[in-house]
Design a binder for this molecule. Structure first.
Ligand SMILES: [Zn+2]
Length: 275
């Protein structure tokens, strides 16, 4: 069990069933699937659009088909080297990558703001602490974790600086320019360039980039793979119906996964105020 704090008053959370409690009486129910929703009621979104469920199911089929397995393997190797014992995967989604880290870290948590995704993760992958929470308000005490990862998700800079100890690791995955280029060029007139390391720049005063791997595999997609890819790609909904339908009607598509996987390490210096 990780040591966690109440998202409302930041005092320690007593993790018991059926609810987690803090000393100020804030309480968070443990769901039947064994995840806990730590989003304070006032921050929750009241609607659950059906598209979200559909996109998640498409994403799970896509990941189960192994299209991104090379990334998962590289990620596991990268974490194994750190020998970190406490870790949070931020933006864990339906848990595909987090579950692969499960054998490496005894104290592993997956966090996502999407409750449906966390429920899917908890249902399939027991033995991991699954939490619905905002990346901007992570429920860990200061300097309490040895590692964090964010795969295709934003990096909450202030929270990462707060929860990671000196010497802790941060793993980040971001798309390269060639990532799904054929898909993007079929959808858009102009394909925007990705800058995979742009998000890391603001962290470089506290972190060093230790390792950066270019993971690339060719993807030969069947029509049903392509359907899933379109369904799980949020920006596909911003393009015209005609373009999307033309892409759906294709007999298949050859494209590639192209991802930059980086490992950073926090400088090993004491935290101000801690002696
Ligand atoms: Zn509280």
């Amino acid at each position: 069990m990780p040591s966690l704090i109440c998202p409302l008053c930041h005092t320690p959370l007593l993790q018991a069933k059926p609810s987690w409690l803090c000393q100020n009486g804030h309480s968070f129910d443990v769901a039947r699937e064994s995840y806990v929703n730590l989003l304070p009621v006032q921050h929750r979104r009241s609607l659950h659009p059906g598209d979200e469920d559909q996109a998640l199911r498409a994403r799970r089929r896509w990941l189960d088909a192994g299209h991104y397995a090379a990334l998962r393997t590289a990620l596991v190797e990268m974490i194994r080297d750190t020998q970190a014992t406490s870790w949070v995967d931020i933006g864990c989604g339906e848990g595909y990558y987090t579950a692969a880290m499960g054998t490496l870290c005894p104290d592993l948590s997956g966090v996502d703001i999407a409750k449906t995704a966390v429920r899917m993760a908890a249902k399939r992958y027991p033995g991991i602490t699954w939490l619905v929470a905002s990346a901007a308000r992570l429920p860990w005490p200061d300097a309490s974790l040895e590692g964090a990862s964010s795969l295709f998700a934003p990096l909450p800079e202030a929270e990462l600086r707060r929860i990671l100890r000196p010497g802790a690791y941060l793993i980040h995955a971001a798309a390269n320019d060639r990532h799904l280029y054929e898909l993007r060029s079929a959808l858009f007139d102009e394909v925007r360039a990705h800058e995979p390391q742009r998000h890391l720049t603001p962290l470089l005063d506290d972190f060093d980039i230790e390792q950066s791997l270019h993971i690339e595999t060719e993807l030969d997609l069947t029509p049903s793979d392509l359907q899933d890819l379109i369904a799980m790609t949020p920006y596909a909904w911003a393009v015209s119906h005609e373009r999307r339908e033309a892409l759906r009607a294709r007999p298949g598509l050859t494209t590639r996964m192209s991802v930059q996987l980086s490992r950073l390490r926090r400088h090993d210096k004491p935290i101000p105020g801690e002696l």
